[in-house]
Write a protein that binds this ligand. Structure first.
Ligand code: RIB
Ligand code: CA
Length: 318
């Protein structure tokens, strides 16, 4: 029986690769894609989700959600994902890459948070929420209908970090986009699995790995390679990495092939107080607080196995 998931996302290059992986994996039944502000504004992340859906020839419904955080001002990451949030580039590093058609379809009328509530209550204990952007939609759903919290099967999220931040020294982008929402989710008691930067910086999309997508000889393979060629430029500039840290697909790979990762249960809380730690996921690795673990934290990845899965699944699109 395929696992029912709702994919909450701010596409975004790595989000797009995660959607490609999820929709090519028969182990998963994607009930819907919910979008949020994040890498770029909500209007663009929603457009990008529709673009990827149509590139893949799929009809999974898309629901637009939060256009801004609960309390703090909105931040974004055009410096990483480009103006549209889904810029591509040709293998020669020129600005033009395969052009992505404007979507024909539109998002559904229902708000993402209301869709999440509806589906979790329709299928109690069966729906996995996969979040790879700010956690605002999930927090809104939990506050609008607290009954969903015990009914959520699990939340698998890309966000936070065991130690280093990427947007401030302490905070990872998804959490920093809305620390108050993240605190609601991490304190909710729902079963959590966290893929933070400590994990996702182990899975680098290097030129050699990107070439494997291009070698598929398919439109989807070409687009995946072009997206990763663009995405990689930021990681070269900022970190001196040869490859792009491929963050979001780790959540999907975990659901499809969990043995690719090593996890450790621990107590994690979000710092939502003003100051240098704002947006930090404070991970009690050594259990010094003696607080019960509320989260499985991913520590190690089989990077080669991860890319083998990605290429094999994305190779299924024709
Ligand atoms: O910090 C990385 C995360 O922020 C990824 O989800 C990326 O898509 C951006 O949303
Ligand atoms: Ca994302």
């Amino acid at each position: 029986m395929p696992q029912k998931i709702i994919f909450d996302t701010d596409p975004g290059h790595d989000d797009a690769i995660a959607i490609m992986l999820a929709l090519a994996s028969p182990e998963l039944e994607m009930l819907g894609i919910t979008t949020t502000f994040g890498n770029v504004a909500l209007e663009k992340t929603t457009r990008n989700a529709l673009v990827v859906r149509e590139l893949l020839g799929k009809t999974v419904p898309v629901y637009a959600g939060a256009e801004r955080p609960l309390l703090r001002e909105r931040i974004s990451a055009e410096n990483v994902h480009g103006h549209s949030g889904l810029e591509t580039t040709s293998p020669h590093g020129l600005s033009e890459g395969p052009d992505l058609q404007e979507p024909q379809g539109r998002a559904e009328a229902q708000h993402a948070a209301l869709f999440i509530i509806q589906k979790v209550l329709e299928h109690p204990g069966k729906v996995t929420l996969v979040s790879v952007g700010p956690l605002t939609n999930l927090a809104l759903a939990m506050r609008l209908e607290p009954k969903i919290v015990p009914a959520i099967k699990q939340i698998v999220l890309m966000g936070g970090s065991l130690y280093l931040g990427n947007t401030t020294p302490a905070a990872e982008f998804n959490i920093l986009c809305d620390p108050h929402a993240a605190k609601i989710v991490f304190d909710s008691g729902a079963p959590l699995t966290m893929f933070g930067l400590n994990l996702t910086h182990q899975t680098l999309a290097t030129p050699e790995r990107i070439a494997r997508f291009r070698a598929l000889g398919t439109r989807v393979g070409e687009v995946a390679a072009a997206l990763l060629d663009f995405f990689r430029q930021h990681y070269q500039r900022r970190y001196g990495y040869e490859g792009a840290a491929l963050h979001d697909p780790a959540t999907i790979a975990y659901l499809v092939q969990p043995d690719l990762f090593k996890l450790r249960p621990m107590f994690v809380e979000v710092d939502s107080t003003p100051g240098p730690g704002f947006g930090r996921t404070v991970c009690d690795y050594w259990q010094v607080t003696e607080k019960p673990a509320n989260c499985q934290v991913a520590l190690e990845a089989d990077a080669e196995g991860f890319f083998e899965l990605l290429v094999e699944r994305i190779g299924r699109y024709r």
